[in-house]
Design a protein around this ligand. Sequence first.
Ligand code: WT7
Length: 576
Amino acid sequence: MNDKNIEQELIPVMTTEHNLTCYEEAYYNFKWEDIEKEFSWSRTGKVNAAYEALDRHVDEGLGDKLALLFSDETREESYTFAEMKTLTNKFGNVLRSLGITKGDRVFIFMPRSPELYTAFIGSIKIGAIVGPLFEAFMETAVKDRLLDSEAIAIVTTPKLKERIPLAELPALKHVIVVGEKGQLGERELSFEILMEEASDQLEIEWVDREDGMQLHYTSGSTGKPKGVLHVHNAMLQHFQTGKWVLDLRQDDIYWCTADPGWVTGTAYGIWAPWLNGVTTVVRGGRFSPDDWYQTIEKNRVNVWYSAPTAFRMLMAVGDDITTKFDLSSLRHVLSVGEPLNAEVVRWGLKVYRKRIHDTWWMTETGAQMICNYPSMPIKPGSMGKPFPGIYAAIVDDQGNELPPYTMGNLALRTPWPSMMRRIWNNPNKYDEYFRLEPWYISGDSAYKDEDGYFWFQGRVDDVINTSGERVGPFEVESKLVEHPAVAEAGVIGKPDPLRGEIIKAFIALREGYQPSEQLIEEIKNFVKRGMAAHAAPREIEFRDKLPKTRSGKIMRRVLKAWELGLPTGDLSTMED
Ligand code: WT7
């Protein structure tokens, strides 16, 4: 197929039925108030997202419908909406029996499993705020988050509990361990025993739509990770984007490949499908092309939401592998997390015969904001257009809107339903995002074209995006300088064809240490063991001195210019 034909196919096939039949019409007629009518608060003034995601479907006669199709290397299980309702009721009672109530922080630190989903929704049923932690986090990362949020309980596994430094976490009263076969230690409880004893009848905690629901920690360019709080009201946007962006339909089998440790894995791994009563696939274990295509084939996946790094890896193994699998069930394919290269979109069209729909949003926005919709033409390389009810713009540093084709700050007019409501313990950080009223400033730079499509250009700050995972350079630098050999460290994102960016560290060694391959490996492992594998630098370069401002701040901008062989720009603030 030549390129001309491919471009033709990026225009929607209007003979196909879409939930959103005409984007323009929806955009101009849309009101969030109309969506509110879907949920209980329009009748009772109170709500609980967990009820709307599970119990509601049981009440409406869909109890026997499959909610979750789970598999990993050792298990293969499926659960109906009625079964998930029962399990989450039980878990809600477990927490209540421990004295946990509305607003308490309950963390979940475990690999994907039915128990993870049970604990997640069960906690929200009793009004607790859930903090999901990615299983790859090591001790420092776990401790920072549990301390900051003053978590009272954590659900984890025998292996991962080793990374929870109890002695330093006095507020953490309960460690609920899933699958413990040995002795229970200090503060530990057995998930299975508690669940066995718990009643399956639960009085749901009816909350205000503005009450907290989940806390996702994410990175900025300075300081420790920030706890981004979302409230029950976010469900409006999870529900409606599930309909119009994911194009979910009643009989769909939907697969979001993200882990619930990241916001995509909750907003679109749990809420969007379940609020819409749609069956969701969860596949544990690591990425491998065969495994992923098999997951699609075996489950007859219709809607598939993944990330550019994954698509690039699938592209890298060649097109032939796709012919080994039956991927004909796929109807709609989407991507999020980092720039989706135009090349990948064209490749998707060629091998899957499907358009890959890019979507843009961030932990702080809580749900999709700028997207490619099934009912509109795709311009490969563009993130698409704002969701109905959302106004996005490009603004300068004073908050003035800029004309088409001018690069500037990607901004969103406040508020919207899934907008974060707080940065835990850090009101100043929160206010920074909203400093240019009425805008929310995303930290991304972009431009808009004459048709209203947005084009991503980069980050305004030093935040690194490696394989779609957001890493703060400051956290990595802080960890690096804990190593005895490291005097100073500066960390940047280096462009990489597969991962988008990789983490590169520039390091000045202490007196008495010599650069060596062995030292490089040791330092990399030090970060891996302390923080997480994805946060460890893939490249380390030793320098005698690092560029710093007179106040002693490492100038990452200069490091980046060194790396890319670009001019270093204004150095007037640099120390001598
Ligand atoms: C940052 C947010 C919530 C989605 C998962 C990542 C980058 C996200 C795109 C896209 C280019 C993107 C931005 C954003 N990003 N989507 N479609 N094209 N860049 O959430 O970890 O909070 O990261 O990811 O830079 O600010 P996150």
